[in-house]
Design a protein around this ligand. Structure first.
Ligand SMILES: Cc1ncc(COP(=O)(O)O)c(C=O)c1O
Length: 361
């Protein structure tokens, strides 16, 4: 059978056959006990992705994209009576700062250059004043493919007793996350990136004590994590969940476990992204970031001379691949190749051969 077009954009991903088939399961009503049991299996499987999360963190499942999980986390947990510091070096950090501003909560931002690591010297200087209660950051800044040094940021959060709220939308399921060392209060993630489900389901892994003992800062009803958390204890959702996306996520989580879990996925991604980077560099295409700064699920490259992004995108599409443009200030200068989803070795070799032909033209 011919392979479908391979998605090399950072989600949604090319589905495996078993996840695709799960979408066609018999219809279910979300108010039936069977479905509630099924949802409890999903939350349990989500908390098994990182065994270190099980002791203290609980997944709260939402219907929406990654942005929905991020906004639910910030809307429910960023305090009105505290001071939040957003550390940004790309589109998704900027988006979180915009959210908190729109929510009208007290915040400051340390805006870092998109091509540089987070400025931890400036962060420490600000934290040392002692009035920051929460720090907000992106784990893998998909804008550039930089894996931010959250271990170092988390250490500062511990030192200065500030709770860390993390956008882990493009890292959860592949990169390592230290649930006990980073002073994490919550992280937001989604089904359709490193977990290989479909769009429609997102979730927040949140400190159980905060959920059980605290109260929501959310001024919206739909994004109030506490409301979901209360009902979810018995497997139900306060609103209609994306039932079919839940079928897909359940299957994707089983598949992840059978394939060796989060670490095996990270290794596979490292292999794929490493091969892509090596091959493109050999063809004279320059990577945006040094290798040691890169995450495992996406790589950014400078556009080769004399080719625009639309041209490159069109040529690759003809060969069966969807690549991704740069965002914001990088829109005209870079392209990105993600390597999540059901990407087989033959797809990788075909991609590399296609680039070789393009560059030899
Ligand atoms: C780091 C990060 N945060 C948030 C989002 C937003 O996710 P969505 O487009 O699913 O709303 C993305 C999407 O690529 C992302 O990479």
């Amino acid at each position: 059978m011919n392979r479908p077009t391979i998605l090399l954009n950072p989600g949604p991903v090319t589905l495996s056959n078993r996840v695709r088939h799960a979408l066609a399961r018999a219809d279910q009503c979300h108010r039936e006990p069977d479905f509630a049991r099924f949802m409890l299996e999903i939350t349990d499987a989500l908390s098994r992705v990182y065994p270190g999360s099980r002791k203290r963190f609980e997944p709260v499942v939402l219907t929406g994209s990654g942005t929905c999980a991020v906004e639910a986390m910030l809307s429910s947990l960023v305090p009105r009576d505290g001071l939040t510091l957003v550390v940004s070096n790309g589109v998704y950090g900027e988006r979180m700062a915009d959210m908190i501003r729109n929510h009208g909560k007290p915040m400051e931002q340390i805006r870092c250059d998109w091509l540089q690591p987070m400025d931890l010297v400036a962060v420490e200087k600000r934290l040392a004043a002692g009035d920051i209660t929460h720090v907000v950051a992106v784990h893998n800044e998909t804008t550039t493919g930089r894996l931010n040094d959250i271990a170092a940021l988390g250490k500062l959060c511990r030192k200065y007793d500030a709770a860390l709220l993390l956008d882990a939308v493009s890292s959860f399921g592949a990169e390592s996350i230290d649930f006990s060392g980073w002073n994490l209060q919550a992280l937001a993630a989604t089904a359709n990136k490193c977990l290989h489900g479909v769009p429609g389901i997102a979730f927040v892994l949140v400190d159980q004590d905060v959920m059980d003992g605290g109260s929501s800062y959310s001024s919206t009803l739909y994004l109030d994590l506490y409301r979901y958390h209360r009902e979810q204890k018995t497997g139900f959702s306060p609103f209609t969940p994306a039932v079919h996306a839940c079928f897909a996520l359940h299957e994707a989580l089983l598949e992840l476990e059978e394939m060796g879990g989060r670490e095996a996925r990270q290794q596979r991604y490292r292999y794929l992204s490493g091969r892509i980077r090596q091959a493109l560099i050999a063809l004279g295409i320059r990577p945006l970031l040094p290798e040691e700064s890169c995450c495992s699920m996406i790589s950014s490259f400078l556009l080769p001379k004399d080719i625009s992004y639309p041209q490159l995108h069109g040529l690759l599409l003809e060969a069966g691949f969807v690549i991704y443009a740069g965002q914001g200030e990088l829109a005209k200068s870079i392209f990105r190749i993600a390597n999540m989803g059901d990407i087989q070795d033959q797809d990788l070799e075909h991609l590399i051969a296609t680039f070789r032909q393009l560059m030899e033209r």
